[in-house]
Structures are given as structure tokens and as C-alpha cells.
Design a protein around this ligand. Structure first.
Ligand code: F6R
Length: 325
């Protein structure tokens, strides 16, 4: 592996996921945000700053006691009223969609998570609490932070019980898994070398399939798609007759309900096979994070195997620059 290609040390940041989980807990606690019961929690953020919301929703699953929704766009639905909490998540603090949501959420209880930028300036002026993130990451590499902040804010607004102990457990477990997960990632990256992967999850692993897709897009600069069971079995299953360059990769939860496990087996059979990976660990946070780690490493190895620096996102940067003109 040519690590010179990794000009900004993305591999180290991926492997540091457990450190990010613990540090995120500390950062939320240090922000001293008063608990306040809300009708629900809406989390607004794009790309790497939005995916943590989806992962947190996956971790909470049926444990959420009030609605927790991830919003990726310029506006809020009318049902996000003044009795809701809105978490504005932007690593840079300068993402236009998230700034538009800041304005749209003016009548709600707002909380900001960011490193700075316009969003933090506006929060300071409006005396809105800010959970500060450490600088120097690619936003997508701060996924552990974004997920834990979303979970802890859900607890602060009464949408779910705090999963602090689960997060601490995952932070303690992951270091012992990293080398084995990296070995599996290298193997999968080699298998996917000339393929367009389609990642498919279910329940806890559905938002992880989305994360894998985004990481392959951004780290490896490659096309990738995602999907989820059981919906896959009601339409997409018919589309796999000619798979040519497409490679299905099933992300399975070792503790998924029997019917979902059966569906993965049967679906793989019907479509003519799939690469299959499974969660490690016990709690939902451990299981979800073990697959986030695997996907991040797969995307890293895909990039390096292709001779691509995993930090480079030229198309995304070009588009952002042209939007500013
Ligand atoms: C870049 C990345 C992007 C950004 C997105 C929003 O590493 O992950 O998906 O997260 O363009 O920017 P921020 O996170 O600054 O709000």
C-alpha cells in the first residue's frame, strides 16, 4: 500500500474513531446545555455533517421516545414547531443549506455543533449554545463526533434516554477490533476493485449503507449506491438480472430479527450472490460503529489502490466554488 498517497493522514483519522467518540461525550458535557423537554428533535446538516444524524437515528431505533429526524436541505417542514429542538450541524459552519435552516428554525430551540464559521457567529449573536468541534478534520472524518452529539442532544431534549454508557463501551471496544477490521477492509477493497458497489443494509445497518456509499464517493471518488431491506425485496430484487459492473454488498447486523436475516439469505440467493459483512460487538452503538469503521477503511483502501489521495474531493469543491460566484 502506498501511504504517501494519504497526504493528510486520513487513515489515522479513521482509526481514531474510538477517540472521537469519547471526546464527543466530553464536548457535549462541557457545553453545559440545560436539559429541556421538546416535542421532537430535527437535525439539519449536509454530507459528512448530516450523516451522523442518520446514524444516531439508527442506533436509537425503537428506543426513541419522540421523533428524531434528519433533514438535508434548505428548509424545515411546518410540523417542526416552536416546541421542537433543532440541532444545526455544520463542520465548517458555512454550508448554505444549514445556514438557511438556521433562519428557518428561529422560533425553535436551536443548538449548534460546528468548528466556527458563519453559523457560530450567528449562534453567538443570538446566544444559542454551541458544541465546539476540534478543527483540522475533513467533515466526513468527524462522523464519530456528529453521531454522538446527535445522540446526546436527543437525550437533552427528552427524545431518548442517554446512551452515554453505550458510547463509552463502543469507545473501549473498537481499539481491539481495528486491526481485524482493517484486514477485512483490504480484502473487500480488493474484491470491489473494478466494481460499482451497491451497499444494502436493514434497520440498524441501513444508515451505515448510506455512510459506506458516501465514503466511497468522497474518499475514493467513485460511483456507489445504497439500498435497504426489506424494501429491496419489493422492487430492486427484479433489477439484478444483468449485474455487469455492479457489486451488491450486504451489511448485516448479527442481532437482526430472524425475518431480516432470512431475507438477506434469500435475497442473496435470488440475485445470484452478494458480498456479505456482519457487525461486531454487542450493543447497538458497538455494532453500528464496527461497520462504520469497516466502511471507512474499505473506502480508504479503494482510494489508495486506485492511486487516489483519499482527502481529495475536487468535484465537490468545484461545485461549492461555482455556487459562491
Ligand atoms: C467533506 C464532506 C462534505 C461536507 C459537506 C457539508 O469532507 O464530508 O460532505 O460535510 O459538504 O459541509 P460542512 O460539513 O462543513 O457543513
Amino acid at each position: 500500500m502506498n501511504l504517501d498517497l494519504d497526504s493528510t493522514g486520513q487513515l489515522g483519522e479513521i482509526r481514531d474513531l474510538p477517540v472521537h467518540l469519547s471526546d464527543a461525550l466530553w464536548r457535549v458535557e462541557s457545553a453545559s446545555i440545560a436539559p429541556s423537554r421538546s416535542a421532537g428533535l430535527a437535525i439539519c446538516g449536509m454530507g459528512g455533517s448530516g450523516v451522523g444524524a442518520s446514524l444516531a437515528i439508527g442506533v436509537l431505533g425503537e428506543r426513541a421516545q419522540r421523533p428524531v429526524v434528519a433533514l438535508r436541505g434548505y428548509s424545515l417542514p411546518a410540523w417542526v414547531g416552536e416546541d421542537w429542538t433543532v440541532l444545526l450541524s455544520s463542520y465548517s459552519g458555512n454550508t448554505e443549506e444549514t445556514l438557511a435552516c438556521w433562519d428557518a428554525a428561529a422560533s425553535t430551540r436551536r443548538i449548534v455543533v460546528s468548528t466556527g464559521g458563519e453559523l457560530v457567529e450567528r449562534a453567538r449573536e443570538a446566544r444559542v449554545p454551541v458544541i465546539p468541534l476540534p478543527g483540522g478534520f475533513q467533515p466526513r472524518a468527524a462522523v464519530g463526533y456528529a453521531t454522538v452529539v446527535a445522540l446526546e442532544v436527543a437525550a437533552l431534549c427528552g427524545a431518548a434516554a442517554s446512551l452515554r454508557e453505550e458510547v463509552e463501551g463502543a469507545a473501549a471496544l473498537l481499539p481491539s477490533l481495528v486491526d481485524a477490521v482493517d484486514g477485512e477492509a483490504r480484502e473487500l477493497a480488493a474484491v470491489l476493485k473494478d466494481c460499482v458497489p451497491v451497499f444494502c443494509g436493514a434497520g440498524l445497518t441501513a444508515p451505515v449503507a448510506y455512510r459506506w456509499k458516501c465514503q466511497v464517493n468522497e474518499n475514493a471518488n467513485r460511483a456507489a449506491f445504497w439500498s435497504e431491506l426489506p424494501e429491496f425485496d419489493h422492487n430492486e430484487i427484479e433489477g439484478w438480472g444483468d449485474r455487469s459492473v455492479l457489486a451488491p454488498v450486504f451489511l448485516e447486523d448479527a442481532q437482526a430479527p430472524d425475518r431480516i436475516r432470512r431475507r438477506f439469505d434469500l435475497t442473496a440467493d435470488v440475485i445470484g450472490g452478494a458480498h456479505r459483512v456482519t457487525t461486531r460487538g454487542e450493543t447497538p452503538t458497538e455494532r453500528l460503529m464496527s461497520l462504520v469503521l469497516l466502511g471507512d477503511l474499505v473506502s480508504f483502501h479503494l482510494a489508495v489502490n486506485d492511486g487516489t489521495d483519499p482527502v481529495a474531493i475536487p468535484a465537490l469543491q468545484r461545485l461549492k466554488a461555482e455556487l459562491c460566484d
